[in-house]
Design a protein around this ligand. Structure first.
Ligand code: 5RP
Length: 228
């Protein structure tokens, strides 16, 4: 099963990598599927002389891209992003997504929002009939006051859990913030929930990505399908 999911991710990544053309400014997502994309783009740089500028959405993506000789810029140093390619944790039939299991949601959303075209690359089990049944919504919050913020999130109906790293210490994002994973059963209306979560002082961003998927690439063990 894990092997099939990995193969599906690789096919999705490979298919999306073909959308990148020389001269483009490309948002590079975070996570294992986006990592496969970056590796494929690195191959295209080495084999075909593909020339593009990457805008990384996390420290780990930047490190990987640098190893592969992909030139990078920060989002503030580019006028616009032509194409953004990123993974997701869940995608519903309206192409709304939950992202942020890897903790890079703030930068991922910033880059997605300034991109002209947003491509999501997933393995098939990420395509769900309804958001939030299996995945909590990650919410990036201020370190200062996080206990109070968590309390406020609970009043919105969230079952909250402060994310921790493998060492048991609170997980700290690239931006120096904390993540509170918020479970909702059910997650009734993503737009209303997003507005409610963003109304809490100290919430920087949520893992609800609404209206940020223009092309969905679903990988399968034997290929990939692009849905526009
Ligand atoms: C990181 C993300 C990732 O894109 C998402 O978690 C999917 O990761 P993977 O490709 O490893 O399943 O949002 O913040």
């Amino acid at each position: 099963m894990a092997f099939e999911a990995d193969l599906a991710k690789a096919h999705a990544a490979r298919s999306a990598a073909e959308l990148v053309q020389s001269g483009m400014i490309v948002g590079l997502g975070s996570g294992s599927t986006a990592g496969l994309l970056v590796k494929r783009l690195g191959e295209r740089v080495a084999e075909e002389g593909l020339e593009f500028v990457g805008v990384p959405t996390s420290v780990s993506t930047a490190e990987l891209a640098r190893e592969l000789n992909i030139p990078l810029r920060d989002v503030d140093d580019v006028p616009a992003v032509d194409l953004n390619i990123d993974g997701a944790d869940e995608v519903d039939p309206e192409y709304r997504m939950i992202k942020g299991r890897g903790g890079a949601l703030l930068r991922e959303k910033l880059v997605a929002c300034v991109a002209s075209r947003r491509v999501t690359i997933v393995s098939p089990e990420k395509v769900v009939p309804r958001l939030g049944i299996d995945s909590p919504v990650p919410v990036e919050v201020s370190r200062l006051g996080y206990r109070h913020i968590e309390q406020r999130l609970r009043t919105l109906g969230a079952r909250t859990s402060l994310r921790r790293g493998p060492d048991g210490a609170p997980f700290v994002t690239d931006g120096g913030n904390l993540i509170i994973d918020c479970g909702f059963s059910p997650l009734a209306d993503p737009d209303t929930l997003e507005a409610g979560l963003k109304s809490v002082v100290g919430v920087f961003e949520t893992g609800l990505f609404l209206g940020l998927c223009d092309v969905l690439v679903v990988g399968r063990p034997d290929g990939a399908e692009q849905i526009v």
